[in-house]
Design a protein around this ligand. Structure first.
Ligand code: ADP
Ligand code: MG
Length: 376
């Protein structure tokens, strides 16, 4: 079951209606110069952030210099694995059970108490509604109890900024690729809270293609890391998979043809398919990597950018990282890859994005809603 389908199904089961076609703009979540006593901001604020958009419960504490003082995470992969995808109700109930112990663990790791925190942040979308609500309600409750502000964070902005986490030079404008289980977005990153969408996938996200192809190959969920591992001993030229839209002249992507091509290839291999698993993984992975890197570098050329940043779960892929390194070096571009621990869902990136909002004095009213279909 795909994540996209999950979001829609869950919304449907929640109120019987499909999500609105035009999602609420990210900016609506913020109220510049809110009633919070901005003048009392410490020089080094501490932000506690919660991430519960899908099946990871994560808590992080970030200081004013952008240093992560604590980051703890509880993955639900084993709980959802028998179903081959994320089950929304199971995810939210697990968030509910895990969030409080994780907050306590994060505070302990950072050596602080709730009274030391200057703002509480949570992912407000996109994601599974029932999962988002757990993190949001918890962060708002903490804000209310401590009298500190609440900051809603767009999960995609978290990914977008994650390659710069820990970078003393901060954000670098340029071409930015977000490539995850639910999203494949190419953007012009211009600054904090300022980006322009250049293109997105027309069908499956790259991570979704990894997961669906892995399933066809009999590999467990999530499929990306499984394919990555097996591809290491395979030949990337063994099978010639299509590079859909690689030279389309725009910045859109399409991965469903690649998936279909695997679907039709497998029966022709018969009994030899199992023995060819590493070659199948390596060749499929090479096609995805080739498309992603080629289009991102074309976007950098188009923008006249000097920097390229790559984030999201698929950016953990070892071959993607290697090819980005090689081709950016050849093109004279500076590459910013999210650290492996910050590629899949995590709260450190949410805390870091919230810090930028905090520094801009952008806080969110406690009456704000979540938005499962939030866009950048
Ligand atoms: P989302 O935020 O859209 O839910 P994440 O950022 O958590 O997605 O990323 C999860 C996706 O990343 C999954 O589709 C998973 O298969 C993929 N992924 C994780 N590691 C790798 C890897 N090493 N190679 C390819 N894909 C990967
Ligand atoms: Mg994500």
């Amino acid at each position: 079951m795909s994540r996209k389908t999950n979001y829609r199904q869950e919304w449907k089961s929640g109120n019987g209606k499909l999500p609105p076609a035009a999602p609420v703009a990210f900016g609506l979540f913020f109220r510049a110069g809110a009633c919070y006593r901005a003048a009392s901001m410490s020089r080094s604020p501490l932000i506690l952030a919660l991430e519960t958009s899908c099946d990871e419960t994560a808590v992080a504490i970030c200081d004013g210099a952008g240093q992560i003082r604590a980051a703890v995470l509880s993955s639900q992969i084993p709980e959802h694995q028998p179903y081959g995808g994320v089950v929304p109700e199971l995810a939210s109930r697990n968030h509910l059970l895990r969030i409080r112990p994780l907050i306590e663990e994060a505070l302990q790791t950072a050596g602080v108490t709730l009274a030391d925190i200057h703002a509480f942040a949570a992912t407000a979308g996109p994601g599974l509604a029932s999962s988002l609500l757990i993190g949001n309600t918890t962060a708002k409750g903490l804000a209310l109890a401590t009298g500190q502000p609440f900051i809603a964070v767009n999960h995609l902005e978290g990914h977008l900024l994650s390659p710069f986490l820990g970078n003393p030079a901060g954000l670098q404008p340029g071409a930015a690729l977000i490539v995850s289980g639910g999203h494949t977005l190419l953007l012009h990153l211009r600054g904090s809270g300022d980006c322009l969408l250049l293109g997105r996938t027309r069908d499956d996200a790259a991570g979704e293609a990894f997961d669906k192809v892995a399933r066809m190959l009999g590999l467990p969920y999530p499929g990306g890391p499984e394919i990555d591992r097996r591809a290491a001993s395979g030949d990337p030229r063994a099978f010639d998979f299509p590079r859909s839209m690689k030279d389309s002249g725009d910045f859109a992507f399409s991965f469903s043809g690649l998936k279909t091509s695997m679907f039709y290839l497998l029966p022709t291999l018969g009994d030899s398919a199992a023995a060819r698993l590493p070659d199948l993984c390596a060749s499929f992975q090479e096609a995805v990597v080739d498309i992603l890197v080629t289009k991102t570098l074309a976007a950098a050329r188009h923008l006249g950018a000097k920097h390229v940043s790559v984030s999201g779960g698929v950016s953990c892929n070892s071959r993607l990282r290697q090819v980005f390194h090689e081709r950016c070096a050849r093109a004279g571009l500076t590459l910013h890859l999210a650290a492996p621990a910050h590629t899949t869902d995590n709260a450190a990136m949410i805390a870091y994005a919230a810090l930028h909002r905090f520094q801009a004095g952008q806080f969110t009213p406690l009456e704000s809603d979540i938005d499962p279909n939030l866009t950048l």
